[in-house]
Design a protein around this ligand. Structure first.
Ligand code: GLN
Ligand code: ZN
Length: 734
């Protein structure tokens, strides 16, 4: 076994510095290019990454960190866990990731009674997708049942090793480890079978001359049961015992290993990766192990303090200490150098992926002289005012009187499709080639179109469609003081989707109303209620890179006060329903149970601070993007929103088993918007009837799983038409 390199990173962004992969994927999906053309773009991104890392002086280069969609899905393919129904698809990989479109069923479903009954809808639904630990990255949840036959397909990691070698680079393949993979799939009972594949992978890589393999086990930083810890021991005893194999590097990240560390240390693995940004220097005896020390944060955009990093590195007792990142750099943008417009004083505090690699290299060479630490400028928010909205029952009566909605009110989550013209107009506005008044007229025209579409379809609570927003967080960041936004700071969210997280670097305040003019304009066009649309304080902070000189709670409260100003101004402008989205509420939930209660308490307090300025007649909605909310149902209840819309369809309506806990209005999504597939009216009707089996009709809302901005108008209109048809059928039978 060759020695472990002195410096490395756990992974690297892969969407391309100019989002080349995004464009290539979307072109392939639209049938505008071939699979070979897509693969060519992937090869170019990989080459550029390896060359770039080597030029920066990094010694340990990772491979197989590239993915066309998701590394967990890649691992499922590696292990042969492809459910049978996808195998016949044109492209099984993307069928699992995105589903396949069936023919548009709008006309068929408007035939009263829909005669195709139990026949399954055309097209394949994608596999479930959910958040990767406490990040805003989403992975595809592997589907593993008793029928799953694991069978190694090492094509991808082998191809990347060879590809790098052809360019002159020896690499360390990275694969999700067996325990994390199975825990994510809810199938730890299949450990024995899966280990057979991992053993075969190790032998295959050894035969290829690969020296080190990185197995990612982020699940080990969470609370683990004794059985799960046994699984860790079993897995790494067994893999370690293999005769011919590469060195085993088990990487943990997103927190401290805790009770998993002595277990792992007791197995024959040679190297253990620890997150020293979120966790402390390990107390366990690691004198026989190589410690891959994550001292450069992969989760923020700030420069590393060299003094602190060197002190931490010096405190680690191990056979060898390797300088590394706290996790993959997947979660930060590529390069601060691509941001000419940022304030120089802010820029001097920033490090993106490229700069972080340079820090790792410099620390490994121990000649590091960096910027001085950030100046703390502290402005604590005032005390939380438990301001009086009346209890739900009183509000519900006032709202029913005021709003006069039909039973099972139909609404959407906020965004409508973003057209290419609008995006082009926004770019032209930013470039200064389109006058602001022209841009505003275009936005107004789009709002009018969205209002008319909804009226024509027969929806009950309308939205303005969010055409003025590039993104639900960035838009607010651009209008609040204390934030900076980047030009090229894209971070992958899922598949081809990226966000550009704003950088929250100072005290936050709202200099002027933000959304009021658009909401008021939309309301002026229609007699139906228009729902104002805001992003909540936790989500704004969760999807930004946040200053690290103040407790997170205090930063969130500052943002809550800004949102509160906006809620009050919307209400004053005559908007009677206001949605404050908190899709990221669960995302910031600490991975360790011990820290969760405190977080939930202040997160809920921040939401109430943002919304409790509204009067009883004003209906507050919230939206959450996931349904496996079990852990935080009490907290969602604590938000005290009048109506909560939540994903349901994509997750097979499992949420319906838990809705007893909701004492207020609830809209479990009736169809999955993540897939281009148009749901049939029968399908929607069925979900609605199931919902009515568990919730009183007065509290049920009808809506899709999430916002519609990633779909086309054609898909949206066909889907919503079926939703209206289904709702009318159910209403008639009430
Ligand atoms: N209102 C937002 C939209 O519809 C909500 C998006 C989200 O939940 N992520 O786009
Ligand atoms: Zn959502």
């Amino acid at each position: 076994m060759s020695p472990f390199p002195k410096s490395t990173v756990l992974g690297y962004p892969r969407i391309g510095p100019r989002r080349e992969l995004k464009r290539a994927l979307e072109s392939y999906w639209d049938g505008r290019s071939t699979r070979a053309e897509l693969d060519q773009v992937g090869a170019e991104i990989r080459e550029r990454t390896w060359r770039g890392l080597a030029e920066l002086g990094l010694e340990g280069l990772p491979s197989n960190t590239f993915s066309l969609y998701d590394q967990v899905l890649d691992t499922a393919v590696l292990l042969g866990a492809v459910p049978a129904r996808y195998r016949e698809a044109d492209d099984p990989y993307f069928a699992m990731a995105r589903g396949t479109a069936g023919p548009v069923t709008a006309q068929r479903s408007s035939v009263s009674g829909g005669t195709w009954g139990a026949k399954p809808p055309e097209g394949l639904a994608p596999l479930r997708m959910t958040k990767w630990f406490d990040t805003n990255y989403h992975y595809i949840v592997p589907e593993i049942g008793p029928e799953t036959v694991f069978k190694l397909d090492a094509g991808k990691p082998l191809a990347e090793v060879r590809e790098a070698r052809a360019l002159g680079f020896e690499t360390r393949p990275v694969v999700v480890g067996p325990v994390t993979f199975l825990l994510l799939a809810g199938a730890l009972d299949r450990l024995d079978d899966v280990l057979g594949c991992y053993e075969e992978l190790l032998s295959t890589l050894a035969a290829e001359g690969v020296e080190w393999l990185q197995l990612d086990e982020p699940a080990l930083v969470g609370d683990r049961t004794p059985d799960e810890l046994d699984a860790v021991a079993t897995a790494y005893e067994r893999l370690g015992a293999l005769g011919a194999r590469p060195g085993l590097f088990v990487a943990s990240y997103f927190g401290e290993l805790g009770e998993s560390l002595p277990v792992l240390a007791g197995t024959p693995v040679e190297a253990i990766g620890v997150d020293l940004v979120r966790g402390g220097v390990p107390g366990a005896d690691l004198s026989g192990k190589i410690v891959v020390a994550g001292v450069v944060s992969g989760r923020d955009v700030w420069r590393t303090s060299p003094e602190r990093a060197l002190a931490t590195l010096g405190a680690v007792r191990a056979a060898q200490v390797v300088v590394s990142t706290s996790c993959s750099l997947l979660h930060v943008p590529y390069d601060v150098g691509a941001e000419p417009d940022l304030e120089p004083s802010l820029k001097a505090r920033l490090a993106f992926a490229e700069q972080k690699v340079a820090e790792v290299v410099a620390l490994a060479r121990a000649g590091f002289h960096g910027a001085s630490p950030v100046d703390p400028s502290v402005a604590l928010p005032g005390p939380v005012v438990a301001e009086g909205r009346s209890p739900y029952a009183v509000r519900a009566a006032a709202q029913a009187e005021h709003l006069r909605l039909p039973a099972l009110p139909i609404t959407t989550i906020g965004s409508f499709p973003q057209t290419g013209e609008l995006r082009a107009a926004r770019a032209a506005l930013a470039a200064g080639t389109l006058p602001e008044s022209d841009y505003e007229r275009q936005v107004e025209a789009e709002i009018e179109r969205v209002i008319r579409v909804q009226e024509r379809l027969g929806l009950d609570v309308l939205v303005h469609g969010e055409p003025e927003r590039n993104d639900m967080v960035q838009y607010f960041a651009e209008h609040l003081d204390g934030f900076a936004v980047t030009q090229n700071g894209w971070v992958q969210s899922y598949g081809s989707r990226c966000t550009r997280p704003p950088i929250l670097h100072g005290d936050v305040s709202r200099p002027a109303p933000i959304t009021v003019r658009w909401a008021a304009y939309a309301q002026s066009l229609t007699g139906k209620p228009v729902k104002g649309m805001l992003t909540g304080p936790v989500t704004i902070v969760a999807w930004s890179f946040v200053r690290d000189d103040l407790p997170l709670r205090d930063v969130v409260f500052q943002v809550a006060d800004a949102v509160r100003d906006e809620v009050r101004d919307l209400e004053a402008a005559g908007v009677s329903i206001i949605q404050v989205d908190e899709p990221a509420l669960r995302e910031l939930l600490p991975l360790r149970r011990g820290a969760q209660a405190d977080y939930l308490e202040w997160a809920v307090a921040a939401y109430r601070r943002a919304t409790s300025g509204a009067g009883d007649r004003t209906q507050i909605h919230t939206h959450l993007c996931y349904s496996d909310a079990d852990q935080i149902l009490a907290a969602i209840d604590g938000l005290d929103a009048d109506v909560t819309t939540i994903e349901s369809a994509r997750s097979g309506a499992r949420i319906l088993g838990a809705v007893g806990a909701f004492g207020r209005g609830l809209g479990p999504g009736v169809y999955d918007i993540h897939s281009p597939r148009v749901p049939g009216a029968d399908e929607v009707e069925d979900l609605l009837r199931r919902t009515l089996g568990v919730l009183p009709v007065e509290r049920v809302w009808v809506n899709p799983d999430c916002g519609l901005k990633t779909r086309t108008y054609e898909q949206v209109e066909a889907s919503l038409a079926n939703v209206v048809t289904a709702t009318r059928r159910v209403r008639e039978s009430l």
